[in-house]
Design a protein around this ligand. Sequence first.
Ligand code: RM4
Ligand code: MN
Ligand code: MN
Length: 430
Amino acid sequence: MAFTIRDEFVAGENRKALDWLREDYEHLGRQLRRRGIDIERLTERATAFRVAVPSWGVGTGGTRFARFAGPGEPRDVYEKLDDCDVINRLVRVTPKVSLHIPWDAPESATELRAFAKARGLLFDSMNSNTFQDQPGQERSYKFGSLTHTDPAVRAQAVAHNLECIEIGKALGARSHTVWIGDGGNFPGQVHFRRALDRYLESLRAIYAGLPGDWRLFIEHKLYEPAFYSTVLNDWGTSYTCVRELGPQAFSLVDLGHHAPNVNIEMIVARLIQLGKLAGFHFNDSKYGDDDLDAGSIKPFQLFLIFNELVDAEREGVAGFDPAYMLDQSHNVTDPIEALATSAIELVRAYVQAHLVDRAALAEAQARNDAVVALQTLKQAFTADVRPILAMARHRAGGAIDPVAVYRASGYRARKAEERPAAAGGGAGIV
Ligand code: RM4
Ligand code: MN
Ligand code: MN
């Protein structure tokens, strides 16, 4: 069996940090009690949080210019699952993995499912790939896939999506995510209305192949790889399409797929209100679809998104059941460290959003008191909840300091020996 980070190793490392953690936790507990908040309730929330890890995130990504392979990168889906397992062992909130087909197409889905199960892992949403051509593929996606002008190309892309669903069924997945690279680089290249008609026609065929207890997620994106126009460009178009498709279709929000400065938390609130929020591909960005670690550039935005999510959760909004996934690409960091850190950033935002004094906020809103309203949010956002996150991880068997434990384990160096052929991890750069 390949080297992994064992629970006993994590527990041993944790013992070194336990004294200060207990001290900080008790101190924070007293502070919160003064404000009428029970720290244990927050720790419960932190423990219950879940976010899926993308299989394509454990390999090193790249840019349009180059890819610098990392040592010990996973070479196949099994090695990817081993790395995902390590992330989950460290942070204990990521037991699900999202697969990308054909990058992760298994020879035997039954075997892959058993392999995952032996590590306590399950499969989250399936992802199709019609944004690149595969070796031996009959027709090219150079000028589009599900919205191509040639019906034969569209049929091929639909068939691929149906195949993803079939694989997902065998793996125990319950949703399918469609992102397409279709669009135009130049004005006039694509007829906007006809392309959207073709999109809907193809999506209807995919929707028809969806099992009754599955959900279909569609992911909009403003630009890239098409630089002038994309077919599913924004949340409004996405919402229109999922409404057309039916009750099993929802709009997925990838944080990097919007124009700079767009109020994403408001889009989230709208989709919640309309009953069509699929969930997220969490990442962060400065300019475009940068796929940086969650909370690394705009942590306040991440908090404000979770503020909307927790508000809906606490209110018990009917049908509210968002799927949380990471979608990142790592060019200069160890993907395991980066994904673990991102998962923790999400738990932080989630716990902080639970700290918002919602009665005080409602009161400030009723009085049109903008200063107190913002202060109420800021009080939660600036709270240092690290002891809660660390205690939740520790109690669940994870690491108090995941990056330090990971580095101390020597995992990457061991993988560099075990996985010599540095074949690309098939990581997405788009
Ligand atoms: C896209 C999009 C998709 C992901 C690919 C790899 O930009 O975010 O979700 O499947 O990248
Ligand atoms: Mn995405
Ligand atoms: Mn993306």
